[in-house]
Ligand binder design. Structure first.
Ligand SMILES: Cc1cc2nc3c(=O)[nH]c(=O)nc-3n(C[C@H](O)[C@H](O)[C@H](O)COP(=O)(O)OP(=O)(O)OC[C@H]3O[C@@H](n4cnc5c(N)ncnc54)[C@H](O)[C@@H]3O)c2cc1C
Length: 380
């Protein structure tokens, strides 16, 4: 027979066990750690840290580039971090329904082959300068008061920033993969830009309507946040998605690998572009193509677990693949995407050329299937 004191102790212990078990089973950062971070597939977007419900209590932090608990006791176990993570399958079914996803590249209203009409943009852009021209159109027409973009910092690195004027956009046109700089002594570099944290910064600037340019994982997180009505995702009016097979790391091992592969000093690289291949243009004008799956230690390992190439949740998805050099293939997915493209053309920001759209779609689908196959292998 237990005394009343002992009964209290037993029931308190039982309650604690139940609470502990509930917290273990509930979606929380602990689960995110197990499901994503420990598996090495965290995309390092830091959405979990930036949009934690208990942000003011410093529950999460970033250590050695990875999200981690700082004040675990204050964790609310609300599961927001798990739900918005681009690497979890949470909300996937809802997203697929909402954006009418069908294999392999999702829903689109039309395909367009476009280029900028602006000389300054065409001198620095990656493909057709379409992304920068669209943002310029949106700012000029006051459809947005800011754009979340990535500023080039040499050939391989970039920094997220909020562009509020044309000069800012010009600094970000092109990509960190396409501007010449000395890379032999630049340390560890990555093409991945952590843009999510900067959205929070837009609130401090009193911006109310934003466009965001991002890779599939970045746009997916924003869409998940919008689905859950997480502030400040309501400020994002337009999502401009880039095609993306993977991001790159240029650590010592990667540098050696690339140098050996191309047989040329890396400082002789003028431009790097991504289409169906990794395309290197050297200072002497020669081009070298490398298969995107043959880049060994240069591939950012976290990207191997991503199945989306064509950015199926964006309003517009863009890449060089499927268009002639100097043009950008554009999948117009939403009504608002269609409106801005048509208006940007009629106001003279963009020029369209006729291409075989079936061929363009087939080329993009082929790449999307390759990436999906690889990503799903890593996710199971
Ligand atoms: C990591 C990465 C991988 C890609 N992979 C492919 C691919 O495999 N096949 C393909 O066809 N296209 C790929 N693209 C897209 C392609 O490189 C061009 O960005 C796209 O064609 C738009 O060209 P543009 O001339 O119209 O854009 P521009 O007018 O030159 O504007 C480019 C925009 O991209 C933004 N940006 C640049 N770097 C980053 C970054 N690291 N993260 C987020 N935003 C960035 C800039 O802020 C700018 O707003 C990739 C892009 C990136 C960033």
């Amino acid at each position: 027979m237990l005394t009343s004191n002992e009964i209290d102790k037993t029931s308190i212990k039982k309650m604690k066990d139940v609470k502990h078990r509930m917290n273990e089973e509930r979606l929380s950062f602990k689960r995110l750690h197990q499901d994503v971070i420990e598996k090495g597939i965290c995309s390092m977007c830091y959405g979990c840290v930036g949009f934690c419900s208990a942000n003011e209590l410093n529950v999460l932090t970033i250590k050695d580039d990875k999200p981690t608990y700082f004040h675990e006791v204050d964790c609310l176990h609300c599961g927001i971090c798990h739900l918005i993570c681009p690497r979890t399958k949470d909300l996937d079914a809802a997203l697929k329904t909402k954006f009418m996803f069908s294999q392999p590249i999702g829903h689109f209203e039309s395909t367009r082959c476009l280029r900028t009409t602006n000389k300054e943009i065409s001198e620095v852009c990656c493909d057709g300068g379409v992304v920068t021209s669209i943002l310029s159109f949106l700012l000029d027409n006051k459809r947005i008061d800011g754009a979340i973009v990535s500023k080039r910092e040499g050939l391989w690195n970039n920094k997220p920033m909020i562009a509020t004027k044309f000069e800012d956009l010009l600094e970000c046109a092109g990509s960190s993969l396409s501007h010449s700089a000395s890379i032999s002594d630049m340390g560890n570099l990555t093409t991945y830009a952590s843009i999510l944290g900067i959205i929070e910064g837009s609130r401090r600037l009193d911006l109310t309507k934003l466009a965001v340019v991002g890779t599939p994982c970045q746009i997916k997180t924003i869409r998940k946040m919008q689905m859950l009505r997480i502030v400040p995702s309501h400020l994002v009016y337009y999502t401009i998605g880039l095609f993306c097979f993977e991001n790159f790391l240029l650590r010592d091992e990667g540098k050696r690998y690339l140098e050996k592969k191309i047989g040329v000093d890396l400082n002789k690289i003028r431009k790097i572009n991504l289409k169906e291949n990794f395309i290197i243009t050297l200072n002497d004008g020669r081009t070298i193509h490398i298969d995107l799956e043959d880049l060994g230690p240069m591939i950012r390992p976290e990207c191997l677990a991503c199945p989306d190439f064509s950015n199926y949740t964006a309003d517009l998805s863009l890449g060089g693949l499927g268009s002639p050099d100097g043009y950008t293939s554009t999948l117009v997915r939403s009504k608002s995407g269609e409106t801005i493209i048509n208006e940007a053309i009629s106001q003279g920001y963009l020029k369209e050329v006729e291409v075989d759209s079936k061929r363009m779609i087939k080329t993009i689908e082929k790449m999307a299937l390759r990436k999906r196959k690889r990503g799903e292998k890593y996710l199971t």
